[in-house]
Design a protein around this ligand. Structure first.
Ligand SMILES: Nc1ncnc2c1ncn2[C@@H]1O[C@H](COP(=O)(O)OP(=O)(O)OP(=O)(O)O)[C@@H](O)[C@H]1O
Length: 294
């Protein structure tokens, strides 16, 4: 079990995270927040690339910084951008990394073969990676993070650049891997984690706002989400009155999904909130688009 206790991280005068308390067991955890909220900072502390300013992170009761090498041997990490050699095949790349990690050649050959099957790349095991799709490269990234059969697998924004089909495959792979390990996945894309995470962690204003199941988190805005049809010339006024969650145009009308605490009107249809609704509600003032953060 991995425990984050009262962790605060400052960069000089700047406070990036404060009083973070978290507990991880086997399963998938989705760390979900807009860019800049502190996900990478938290992940870097979980991988010992950064140290907390105060507080501690413990694995089975031991401080991970004191465990040092023993802890790092137990974790697998896929950073936001991982370096690979495009002229290598997945097999030669993974064998090279295994050698760096001190894994015996014979063990490494068997492990790499097994891993490439797990990530469904066995058919291209000896092909150069330069022609691989984003999804295939990402699966090589997971395979490298899994080389040491980690107890904790940490993935930072792993689905960037994947097409919808690759995302589904990726989610299925993670669910399998999480049966006997902790998988922590950071993302600002709700659909990456909504269907697979046992728990979602949302950070706001440097603190953990939620750490709960999807349904419990959605329960927080139960009864506040509606759909209704709005005439075209009314849409601007509607948008400025209610928090619009999504809208779709059909047969000359606009169908708005929105959130309000006002008393419901007869024409509003109450709907079950989903995680995307919660995300838009929670971060309505601070959701930055990729363009803004690039
Ligand atoms: N080394 C640093 N020095 C100063 N400020 C930093 C440093 N690293 C991160 N920050 C700041 O801390 C905040 C959190 O950054 P962090 O990278 O953890 O966010 P994030 O949620 O992971 O976003 P992204 O997905 O864009 O990486 C940001 O405001 C960032 O500018």
């Amino acid at each position: 079990m991995l425990i984050v206790e009262d962790v605060t991280k400052n960069f000089g005068q700047f406070n990036a995270l404060k009083n973070i308390n978290l507990e991880f067991h086997n399963g998938v955890y989705g760390l979900l927040a807009p860019n800049g909220a502190g996900k990478t900072t938290l992940i870097k502390m979980l991988t010992t690339l950064l140290f907390p300013t105060s507080g501690s992170i413990r694995y089975d009761g031991e401080d991970i910084i004191k465990m040092d090498e023993r802890y790092r041997e137990m974790i697998g990490y896929l950073p936001q951008e991982f370096g690979y050699y495009k002229n290598y095949s997945p097999t030669s790349y993974l064998l090279y990394l295994a050698a760096l990690k001190g894994i015996h050649r014979k063990t490494a050959i068997a492990r790499v073969e097994e891993l490439l099957k797990t990530v469904a790349l066995d058919h291209v095991a000896n092909k150069k990676m330069k022609k691989f799709s984003g999804g295939m490269i990402q699966r090589v990234g997971i395979a490298q993070a899994m080389l040491n059969d980690p107890k904790i697998l940490i993935l930072d924004e792993p689905t960037a650049g994947l097409d919808p089909k690759e995302r589904v495959r990726f989610r299925n792979l993670l669910t399998n891997l999480a049966r006997d390990r902790i998988v922590i996945l950071s993302t600002h894309i709700v659909s990456d984690v909504e269907s697979i995470a046992n728990e979602i962690i949302m950070i706001k204003n440097q603190e953990v706002l939620y750490k709960d199941t999807v349904s419990n988190i959605c329960g927080n805005i139960q009864g506040l989400v509606y759909e209704t049809k709005v005439a075209y010339d009314e849409t601007e006024r509607f948008r400025s009155t209610y928090l619009t969650l999504s809208e779709k145009q059909e047969n000359g009308s606009m169908y708005m999904r929105f959130l309000t605490e006002d008393t419901a009107k007869a024409e509003w249809k109450p709907v079950h909130p989903n995680l995307e609704d919660v995300f838009l509600y929670i971060y309505q003032d601070g959701v930055l688009s990729d363009d803004q953060t690039a």
